[in-house]
Design a protein around this ligand. Structure first.
Ligand SMILES: Cc1ncc(COP(=O)(O)O)c(C=O)c1O
Length: 410
């Protein structure tokens, strides 16, 4: 029997229930039964305070609430307001002064930015390369537009960036495709919390630079968690390395305002391109604006207006930055507490340096997850491990999860 009644599958595998949604529904049901203080809900991908409430930067919130109707009700230009396009580049690059022509096209969140890159820097039928540990929507965004995702092993046996496997997979794609699109989610990757070092980046760029020059290569750094990885300037130290590529490579950033400005629901982000020439920059804007028009059209103007206000007002920007540091420090402390507890219990972790998530590798993540649910702990089975959202649980709960995992492992 056909899997669909009226709809068309179009090569996609569409599950009846999303894994994350399923676990989080069970977590909420348990919270309703036994109270939130008795449940550890490590499923949510947003920063929550110790009482489980969404953390929002009050400086951003106040800016939002002071917008005039023209600033939020009017259509935004397809590629974003001119002020937003400047502001988002400043937000993404901070003090870094690029040597390329930098161009930005607005998108609904980092997801939309990825979609712009996938549509325009890969061909229909292509495989897009990312790491084996990666955020699930990459495959969905690719599959929706006739591409798919293939992967290299992110870590070698010592837990370092696996340059050899990266090289093997890049070369395998070069042997069969005209275009190669690569997505590296760093710093503070989802799900592991790994940040590529500058040395990892140099190795990756060396490998990419060795590909025959008749191949067109798009290189996207998915920086959704860049402002929750540690010091904001240090987290951007890879930018000059990313830009140091031959002419056949187009470096890009998929930049999201969801976490950086706590504007998850406002759907605001941008694809930022580093173009070697004005022609390439113009082409980037033209093709990305076309894709935007052909999918979501324009983005909510409110996000653009908020960014314009913040970046036109140095005092407001300083407030936003200081507030973000405060919540980032809290998150990083949770990460350290979790790492210490895991080390104490002898529970393994995938290489972690910061951000919203960490992973405990294990053989049967679904089974182990269900066992932990009996103890009122809800984590997401993710590849060959369980993903813990450090962003969503208070520090005292971060300290107890590893012991519970150890017990469940037997
Ligand atoms: C790895 C990664 N990339 C991109 C995104 C994009 O987020 P958004 O579309 O909400 O900005 C997320 C969000 O969870 C993510 O985890």
């Amino acid at each position: 029997m056909a899997e669909y009644i009226m709809a068309q599958q179009n090569g996609r595998t569409i599950p009846e229930e999303d894994t994350i949604f399923g676990v989080s529904t069970r977590a909420n049901k348990r919270i309703a039964e036994v109270g939130k203080e008795n449940v550890i809900n490590g499923t949510i991908g947003a920063l929550l305070d110790d009482d489980g409430n969404l953390m929002v930067l009050s400086s951003v919130d106040e800016t939002f609430k002071s917008l005039t109707p023209v600033e939020y009700a009017q259509y935004a230009p397809i590629g974003g307001t001119p002020g937003f396009r400047k502001a988002v580049v400043k937000a993404a690059l901070k003090e870094y002064k690029p040597k390329s022509q930098v161009c930005a096209v607005a998108s609904p969140g980092g997801t939309g930015a990825l979609r712009l890159a996938f549509s325009n820097y890969s061909q229909i039928g292509d495989q897009i390369l990312t790491s084996d540990w990666h955020w699930g929507p990459y495959g969905k965004v690719a599959g929706e537009i006739g591409r798919s995702v293939t992967s290299f092993k992110l870590f070698d046996k010592d837990g370092h960036f696996n340059a050899a496997d990266f090289q093997a997979e890049v070369n395998a794609l070069a042997a069969k495709q005209e275009t190669i699109l690569i997505v590296l989610n760093t710093p503070a990757q989802n799900p592991t919390g790994y940040s590529m070092t500058d040395d990892d980046w140099r190795k990756a760029i060396e490998i990419i630079s060795a590909v025959p020059k008749d191949k067109k290569i798009g290189l996207v750094a998915d920086t959704a968690y860049i402002d929750f990885a540690g010091d904001e300037d240090e987290a951007r130290s890879f930018l000059p390395i990313l830009e140091d590529v031959p002419e056949n490579v187009m470096p890009m950033l998929a930049f999201s305002l969801s976490k950086t400005f706590t504007l998850y629901g406002l759907r605001c982000g941008a694809l930022i391109g580093f173009a070697r020439t004005e022609e390439i920059a113009e082409e980037f804007v033209r093709v990305c604006e076309y894709s935007a028009r052909a999918s979501w059209s324009n983005c909510p103007k409110a996000g653009h207006s908020i960014m314009e206000r913040i970046f036109n007002d140095p005092d407001l920007l300083a407030r936003v930055t200081a507030e973000r540091k405060e919540i980032r420090d809290m998150l990083l402390e949770r990460g350290r507490a979790f790492e210490e507890a895991a080390a104490k219990e002898g529970v393994p972790m995938m290489p972690f340096s910061g951000g919203f998530f960490a992973v405990i590798p294990c053989d049967n993540p679904t089974e182990l997850g269900l066992k932990l649910e009996e103890e009122n702990i809800f984590l997401i089975p993710f590849g060959e491990g369980l993903r813990v959202s450090l962003a969503a649980i208070p520090i005292d709960k971060c300290r107890v999860v590893p012991a519970a995992v150890k017990k469940a492992l037997g």
